[in-house]
Structures are given as structure tokens and as C-alpha cells.
Design a protein around this ligand. Structure first.
Ligand code: BGC
Length: 286
């Protein structure tokens, strides 16, 4: 195994779950690619969770080759007749329509216009589904986490290097909302509100929370949501800023944290394999 692989052993072993309920979820970020086999009935990780550094530059073919290696290692504990059948779902920090990445946030710009699902499917010889990273992570929260059984309009926000938004109406995803780029004081909101902006701008928590609160008020004013779910890096440090927020919308913290992208990836993979088709716009169907 490559020396730069980080391995975490999860709760379940390969024999605990029927192979038909298993799918592989991958979470592709600017610095790392994480993955695991997931029991799609419960959202639990099975076997090892692996993390490898994202190749630099993160050009599509290099990344796809790394993902392929990761998928092989993840499926290895199963027999080929079982493991080769696991579908793969990938969360990518990009707008994705009809399986093609149309933007590239914190990844190489060569992803713009890349037919990701087709190329990954050819490389891995499996069913591959790709979705926006926030949409995919949001799906995990809606299905099994903080958004479970939550009716109405729910926003899952991933607050990290950028701001990802996933919008759900009665549990169904409205894909590619990209509201991290809402204009706030004449600028792209995530420039001030992403967690990375706190360090970059040298803000203390109170100052950062002021901008974040303003952003939440803008979402509240425009969408009248029933619930905000905070995920991503900043959700782990919510104690530092929750008390500064003044929005009326209830707030919940993501349950899956670091694994939301992996779990959601497995969900879209499983969905794709079972339906054999995609939504009219090519995005994951919640
Ligand atoms: C991108 C989104 C992505 C989010 C979180 C934003 O900059 O535009 O596509 O979901 O970052 O990674």
C-alpha cells in the first residue's frame, strides 16, 4: 500500500453486510481523496476508510487513476465476484450535469467540461455516479443524519475551503445550487464566509461569525428555510460561533462530519445501479 495512505478501521467487517447492499463512496477534495465501502441501508462504513493525497496538479486523468487504485484497494477484501460489482459514487467540488463537471473549485481547471462519469466508468469498469460534493454530503445527512425525516426546505451548508450548499425540499435534492457564490456586499460570499477565509483574513470567531450570520440572513430572506444543517470543517468548531448567530431558522450540526461525502457518494452509486438511469438533468436523485 502506498506509504501516504491514511487507513482508519471502521466498525463493520466485510462479512457483516450482504454485498448487494454495499457501494463505494469517494470524496474528492483539493488536498485529499477519501473513500470507503458503505452499507447503503444504514450509512455505516464497512472495512477500512482510506485517504490519499490529491495528486498535484489535480488534473482529471491523474485523479481518476488514483481513484481507481483506491477503489481496487477498497474492494480487495471481497471476492472479485462480489467486489467487482460494487458501484462507485464520487463527490466533486464542481457543478455536475449529465455526468460532466462544468466548474472546478479548488481543483485543476482541466475538470471544466470533463465527462467525469464516462471516464471514471471506463477506467474503473464499474457503474460510476458523480455529484457535487455538497449535494452528495447533504444527501447523507438527509437520509441518515441531522436531516432525517425533516420535512420542508432544508439547507445543508458545507463550510470549509469553500461554501457548499445543498437544498432539499421534503427530502428531494435541488442539485447544483452553488449559493456559496451568492453576492454579499458586492463580493462572492465564500470569500468572506468560508472557513478558510477566517485564517486568510485573520478574523477572530466573533468577526467571522458576523459575516456568516449576514450570509445566513440572506439565505433566510430569499428562501425561508425550515432548517440549516452545518457541515464541513466549521461544523466541528460550532461552539466558537453558534452564540453569535441571530437567524430565526433552526440550526442543526451535521452528524457525519468527515464521512458525509463518502456516505453520500455510496448512496448515489447505489441509486444509479438500481435505477439504471439518472434524473432528467443527470444529477443524483434523492
Ligand atoms: C464550489 C461548489 C462546492 C463548494 C464546496 C464552492 O466553491 O463552487 O461547487 O460545492 O465550493 O466545495
Amino acid at each position: 500500500m502506498a506509504p501516504d495512505t491514511m487507513v482508519t478501521t471502521t466498525g463493520l467487517t466485510p462479512t457483516d453486510v450482504a454485498p448487494a447492499d454495499l457501494a463505494i463512496g469517494l470524496d474528492f477534495g483539493g488536498s485529499g481523496i477519501k473513500g470507503a465501502v458503505v452499507d447503503v441501508r444504514t450509512g455505516q462504513l464497512v472495512g477500512d476508510r482510506l485517504r490519499v493525497p490529491t495528486p498535484q496538479p489535480s488534473v482529471p486523468h491523474e485523479v481518476v487513476a488514483v481513484m481507481d487504485g483506491l477503489v481496487r484497494r477498497l474492494a480487495a477484501p471481497w471476492s472479485p465476484s462480489e467486489g467487482d460489482g460494487f458501484p462507485v459514487g464520487v463527490g466533486i467540488p464542481a457543478v455536475i450535469r449529465y455526468g460532466t463537471t462544468l466548474t472546478a473549485a479548488n481543483i485543476d481547471s482541466a475538470w471544466i467540461g470533463f465527462p467525469a462519469e464516462r471516464e471514471m466508468g471506463l477506467a474503473m469498469r464499474r457503474t460510476v455516479a458523480a455529484g457535487n460534493d455538497a449535494d452528495v454530503a447533504g444527501l447523507a445527512e438527509i437520509r441518515f443524519g441531522a436531516g432525517r425525516d425533516q420535512p420542508g426546505l432544508v439547507f445543508v451548508l458545507t463550510i470549509g475551503t469553500g461554501i457548499g450548499t445543498a437544498l432539499f425540499i421534503d427530502g428531494r435534492l435541488v442539485p447544483n445550487t452553488e449559493l456559496g457564490h451568492l453576492e454579499l456586499r458586492g463580493r462572492d460570499a465564500e470569500e468572506r464566509v468560508a472557513e478558510s477565509a477566517r485564517d486568510r483574513l485573520g478574523l477572530n470567531w466573533r468577526e467571522w461569525a458576523g459575516g456568516f450570520d449576514e450570509y445566513l440572513h440572506a439565505l433566510e430572506r430569499l428562501f425561508w428555510p425550515d432548517l440549516f444543517i452545518f457541515g464541513g470543517g466549521a461544523s466541528k468548531r460550532a461552539d466558537n460561533y453558534l452564540s453569535y448567530l441571530t437567524v430565526k431558522t433552526p440550526i442543526a450540526l451535521a452528524t457525519f462530519r468527515n464521512n458525509a461525502g463518502i456516505v453520500g457518494g455510496a448512496l448515489i452509486a447505489h441509486e444509479r445501479r438500481s435505477r439504471g438511469s439518472v434524473s432528467s438533468s443527470g444529477e443524483p436523485i434523492a
